[in-house]
Design a protein around this ligand. Structure first.
Ligand code: 1PR
Length: 559
């Protein structure tokens, strides 16, 4: 029997492959519509409008590709339409993000930026929601359950007061309400044939796939049921933001001496065996390991290409295939880093960092991570009298895809000093003095996998990159990498005090208690582990079970 076709509007904004993969995984076929004049729009039986990035950029593309009238006509036919993320935002009047661009105005409300005085912005991570009108009667809409968690990634939202909720509901809209710290916002809306979510169901594990399935089957109302997150013998914390404690599995990938693409792992960035010959450590195959960690409950998977694969055109970069394959089975966010910069192919063709990033987004990445080039960007910013050039990869990629899609990967190491007056970088008073009894240290920035040391502090680097448009910090620590001795809390606290974007703690995790400790001793937004998972000493599930037994809020996916 021929598979039913689902149509997706494609205005070339970000990762649509993951949505396609999710729909295909559920047994449907996907066709993309790139222009409103495409007759398929009239014959489509189910239409999805996904979007990521900047509201103005997205809506302009939507208008320029002549979608406005045909989509309004489509809505009038009563056939189902599903907006996702910026797709949902398009249904509103407009957004503070792009004041000169009008939305479709189906809902008379403007989107605004989350207040960052009490929380990290963007809102990145797994949060819950409720559908008050239905939940009070033991029911819910489109399989959205109040005790499941869904993946959000956005800075702007339909932030609403109780009276605004009542007003919108009185206009016939059903609302799912989310809460980010003290701010209530619209997590999903529905009216007649329209449904839209601010979160990404295609990135929300099995809980998210159920929502897509319900939309595709038009299974609108269903009874509430409890799931894995409600079963606990201990009292689970309420986090200040509502977000769960994110656990990320990281895969350092490179080609080994035999030419195979392998997951490796170093100690203080040295990935070679200590034995004679010193081969690159081979801990497994990237795609298989990513799928394993997804199934174990990882909230995100990060791939770092730790040596750029040289001598091949960027379009053939092996990491693109890794992403394409991993995105077929891992329905959580995927980040890719390593070599995101302006490059020149072997035939002399110049490929901009923005084009490199676009290839990764199209392959299935949700975020790209920039390491060495973030340091270059910060150094140019300083050399330019603290003025942004507008041309660095952080700037160009965040402008096109939104700040939430740009992570900076920082590789710092401690630099001890005796006299604070002798150092121009932000210092900490170290709990453990340096080798010569020095009382202070700053975190010196490195690039190129720790090989190049820069006269710059990690604190200053992160502040500059946030200004340029980075949306998240992946905070490694060379001193701690591979040590299994726990995270460097002093570093994490210092960087958290420098920026308001989310910070991922990385380097040093060796056992589950280290994850509990990092969340209890710092305000880290997420914690990443590598070696302990790759050596199969612990699974991601072990870590999350331990955290939960100790009262931390973690996401356990639906079954
Ligand atoms: O500079 O933009 O091309 O990006 C290169 C990327 O590769 C950077 O993100 C850089 O951190 C990473 N990288 C480069 N060389 C190495 C290496 O190990 N030789 N790996 C490397 C960095 C650090 C973490 C690691 C944690 C956790 N890996 O990601 O996974 O330290 O490890 P643990 O839990 O086992 O302690 P560019």
């Amino acid at each position: 029997m021929a598979k039913e076709i689902v149509h997706i509007i494609d205005v070339e904004s970000g990762n649509l492959r993951s949505l396609q993969n999710a729909i295909e995984y559920l047994g449907y076929e996907v066709t993309f519509i790139k222009d409103g004049s495409d007759p398929a729009l009239q014959t489509a039986s189910k239409l999805i409008l996904p979007g990521v990035g900047n509201f103005g950029h997205f809506v302009k593309q939507f208008r320029e590709r002549n979608f406005v009238e045909p989509v309004q006509e489509y809505i009038k036919t009563g056939k189902p339409l599903f907006g996702i993320c910026v797709g949902l935002q398009t249904f509103f009047g407009g957004s503070e993000e792009s004041k000169d661009v009008e939305g479709l105005g189906l809902i008379d409300l403007q989107l605004s930026k989350f207040d960052d005085s009490d929380k990290s912005v963007p809102h990145i991570g797994w949060n819950s929601l409720s559908v008050p009108k239905y939940n009070k009667d033991g029911k819910t809409l489109y399989s959205m359950y109040p005790d499941s968690y869904y993946y959000f990634v956005h800075s702007y939202a339909a932030v609403v007061s109780d009276s605004q909720i009542a007003k919108i509901e009185s206009q016939g809209w059903d609302l799912a309400i989310g809460k980010y710290a003290s701010e209530k916002f619209i997590a999903a809306i529905s009216k007649d044939n329209i449904f839209a979510t601010q979160f990404h169901p295609e990135k929300s594990g099995l809980a998210g796939l159920k929502i897509i399935q319900s939309f595709l089957k038009q299974d609108k109302v269903s009874p509430l049921k409890s799931n894995n997150n409600t079963k606990s013998d201990v009292k689970i914390e309420t986090t200040p933001t509502g977000l769960t404690r994110r656990v990320i599995a990281c895969l350092d990938v490179r080609t080994n001496d035999q030419g195979d693409l392998v997951v490796t792992k170093g100690d203080q960035y040295d990935v070679r065996e200590k034995s004679e010959g010193g081969d690159v450590r081979n801990l497994g195959k990237p795609v298989e390991m990513a799928e394993k960690y997804y199934k174990q409950g990882a909230d995100e998977v990060t791939f770092l290409n730790i040596t750029s694969f040289r001598n091949s055109p960027i379009r053939d970069a092996p990491m693109l295939d890794v992403l394409k394959l991993a995105a077929k089975t891992c329905f959580v966010p995927l980040t890719v880093g390593g070599g995101i910069k302006d490059v020149v192919d072997p035939d002399g063709t110049k490929v901009s960092a923005l084009e490199v990033a676009s290839l990764y987004f199209r392959a299935g990445a949700d975020k790209i991570s920039i390491g060495s080039d973030a340091v270059n960007a910060a150094e140019s910013y300083i050399a330019n009298g603290n003025v942004a050039s507008g041309t660095t990869p952080i700037e160009t990629i965040s402008k096109a895809y939104g700040v939430q899609a740009v992570v900076i990967s920082v590789d710092p190491k401690r630099f001890y000093v005796n006299d604070p007056k002798q150092c121009k970088y932000n210092l900490i008073e170290a709990k453990v003095p340096g080798p010569q009894g020095e009382k202070y240290c700053y975190y010196q920035v490195t690039s190129q996998g720790g090989r190049k040391v820069h006269d710059l502090g990690a604190f200053e680097l992160c502040q500059i990159c946030e200004k340029l448009g980075a949306g998240e910090v992946l905070l490694n620590c060379i001193d701690k990498d591979g040590s299994n001795s726990g995270y460097d809390f002093e570093l994490i606290n210092q960087i958290k005090s420098a920026v308001s974007i989310p910070v991922i703690a990385s380097s040093g995790a060796g056992k589950p208690v280290h994850f509990e400790e990092v969340f209890k001793n710092t305000k880290a937004d997420a914690a990443l582990g590598a070696g302990m998972f790759h050596r199969a000493e612990y699974t991601v599930k072990d870590v999350k079970s331990f955290m939960r037994e100790h009262g931390l809020l973690v996401r356990i996916d639906d079954t």
